[in-house]
Design a protein around this ligand. Structure first.
Ligand code: TYD
Length: 206
């Protein structure tokens, strides 16, 4: 099973999923935890180019192609082999992030970005996508108050950009209701973690 975690900045998805993954491991499931962009040496190198705050001249299509390139390499080296071995892959961000950030917020068009990504992924869709939904005002305030989190090039975008990211994610949840579960990330940490575990276990039992 291929599970992806999506959401705007500061949604707390990583913390929530850490707890859920621990619980699942205790139940005996074998889980590969990974992230995008990154997750393999080549993909991490691409990540550094994408997120470097000094790369202010990066063209939006270049950005979209780099995300797709990083995604492809990560699938080949890490995700596909793990799925083949019957493991559960839990990936922080995937194709939907490109649709929301590059397609929606950057204005390149969701369909255009989808086409690039269908080429990159050879139509590999997640079985379950958890959308940690939060208003951008709240998410960005959380990031600002977290001194341990490094601010990247995308974080520096204006509020309007992050609103478009959220709206596109919500539209995607409507478009793909079979794989999407929306989690209200404005709840307490404990409630978000509980909802996360519930969403995953109910899909595993299907
Ligand atoms: P990261 O530090 O991993 O952020 P987060 O903790 O929010 O996941 O940085 C990844 C950034 O890249 C984040 O701002 C979202 C953005 N992104 C895209 O714009 N397109 C994509 O396809 C992906 C995977 C991420």
């Amino acid at each position: 099973m291929f599970i992806t975690l999506e959401g705007p900045e500061g949604s707390g998805k990583t913390t929530a999923v850490d707890a859920a993954v621990k619980a699942l491991e205790q139940m005996g499931y074998e889980i590969v935890r990974t992230r995008e962009p990154g997750g393999t040496p080549i993909s991490e190198q691409i990540r550094n180019v994408i997120l470097d705050k000094d790369n202010t001249k990066m063209d939006p299509r270049t950005e979209a192609l780099l995300y797709a390139a990083s995604r492809r390499q990560h699938l080949v080296e890490k995700v596909w082999p793990a799925l083949k071995e019957g493991k559960i892959v839990v990936c922080d961000r995937y194709l939907d992030s490109s649709l929301a950030y590059q397609g929606g917020a950057r204005g390149l068009g969701v369909e255009e970005i989808l086409n690039v990504n269908l080429f990159a992924t050879e139509n590999t869709w997640p079985d379950l996508t958890l959308l940690f939904d939060i208003k951008p005002e709240v998410g960005l305030a959380r990031i600002a108050s977290n001194a341990n989190r490094e601010v990247n090039r995308l974080d520096l975008e204006k509020l309007e950009f992050h609103k478009k990211v959220r709206d596109t994610f919500l539209a995607l949840a409507k478009r793909y209701p079979d794989r999407y579960v929306i989690i209200d990330a404005s709840q307490s940490r404990e409630d978000v973690a509980r909802a996360t575990l519930e969403a995953i276990t109910s899909r595993l039992c299907k």
